[in-house]
Design a protein around this ligand. Structure first.
Ligand code: PEP
Ligand code: MN
Length: 359
């Protein structure tokens, strides 16, 4: 018996890794159908994606083909059997997408930031049985991301997934959207029941580092990917630099090393348990030492208070950081880590001193 699309969606949703691929934007009927067929031919893809309405940072770019492209997706689904996913940002777009049998909806990063828009979508989704993927907001705020999940869940949507597509950050970095992995990991820790897939395309913004980011996501046990793929990437109407052909995508997926989260061997578990114990011991010691360090900071606070001196003394702080970075480099701790670590220690230290001064 032929599989219904509903079954295909459920199968894709529960498959690990789940791979969603397709062009950033639907451009023409031919482009959509050819991409879909070439993606299906890889045998690696579980669902098609295509942007129909494109939220652009600046006006004047290609803002999406609009509802006119929805029948192309229906046709692509008919040809390949692959369910289709589309980004929605307004109630009207939800209505249109559902009318044309779009199987999975996703909320884009520029929408997740806005609780009014998310609520509008949630209201439009009330009583509808459709899986929804929620991208992280453009800004690094997982409360906002969690808020969007809550709004959609409260509307009665049972199947919700997360897409980690990286965060805007000021200045030039190697990424289009910095991954800030720790935020995604924290989001996953808070929502263990939700699947989380990675969007290396929008994190990287360029083809040459896609593979590295995708591998990193696998190593962090993500549930799958949403990746942009176009039959003629260089001439794509949007996000040309980050798209890959379906064949290149297959190559990429074949080259990735799919590590297991766990194995059953007792020997492995015993060895791992021992190492974890060691880490716990060291972490306990580190905390003890940090607590001692804060006590000394409090003593310094006392002296500063008696002598009426400010808490923050920039020169002393620069001296600490410089010394630590130099020492750290010799023992294999990166400058980035040392700086972040000492910033956190410094803040905590200032808070302890402040308590003394305010007492
Ligand atoms: C997209 O997936 O094409 C898109 C617009 O992504 P984001 O919302 O992550 O910017
Ligand atoms: Mn895109």
């Amino acid at each position: 018996m032929e599989q219904t699309t509903k079954e295909a969606v459920q199968q894709a949703w529960s498959k690990r890794p789940m791979i969603i691929a397709g062009p950033c934007s639907a451009e023409t009927e031919e482009q959509v159908l050819q991409t879909a067929q070439r993606l299906a031919a890889t045998g690696k893809v579980d669902m098609l994606r295509a942007g129909i309405w494109k939220p652009r940072t600046k006006p004047g770019g290609f803002e999406g083909i609009g509802a006119k492209g929805l029948p192309w997706l229906q046709q692509a689904k008919k040809l390949t059997g692959l369910p289709v996913a589309v980004e929605v940002a307004t109630a009207k777009q939800v209505e249109n997408a559902l009318h044309f049998d779009v199987d999975v909806l996703w909320i884009g990063a520029r929408t997740t930031v806005n609780p009014f828009s998310v609520q509008e979508l949630a209201d439009a989704l009330r009583g509808v049985d459709v899986p929804v993927l929620i991208k992280n907001p453009v800004n690094p705020d997982i409360e906002l991301w969690g808020g969007a999940v809550e709004r959609v869940a409260r509307a009665g949507i049972k199947q919700i997934g997360l897409i980690h597509r990286g965060f805007s950050s000021y200045g030039n970095t190697e990424y289009r959207n910095a991954p800030m992995w720790t935020l995604a990991i924290e989001m996953k820790r808070r929502n263990p029941e939700l699947m989380m897939i990675n969007d290396p395309s929008h994190i990287c913004g360029r083809r040459d580092i896609l593979q590295d980011v995708a591998q990193r996501a696998i190593d962090l046990d993500y549930d799958g990917f949403i990746i942009e793929s176009h039959i003629d990437p260089d001439n794509a109407w949007s996000d040309a630099k980050q798209q890959v052909t379906p064949e290149r995508l297959k190559e990429m997926l074949d080259t990735l090393v799919w590590r297991k989260e766990d194995v059953n061997s007792e020997e492995y578990h015993a060895a791992l348990e021992k190492l974890r114990q060691q880490i716990n011991h060291l972490d306990d010691e580190l905390m003890q030492i940090l607590s001692q360090r804060m006590k000394i900071a409090e003593n310094i606070g006392q002296y500063k208070k008696s002598n009426n001196i400010t808490i923050l003394q920039t020169n002393r702080w620069n001296e600490i950081i410089e010394r630590a970075v130099q020492k750290g480099e010799k023992i294999g701790l990166s400058k980035e880590f040392i700086t972040k670590y000492f910033d956190a220690v410094h803040m905590e230290s200032i808070n302890h001193q402040k308590k003394v001064l305010d007492a």
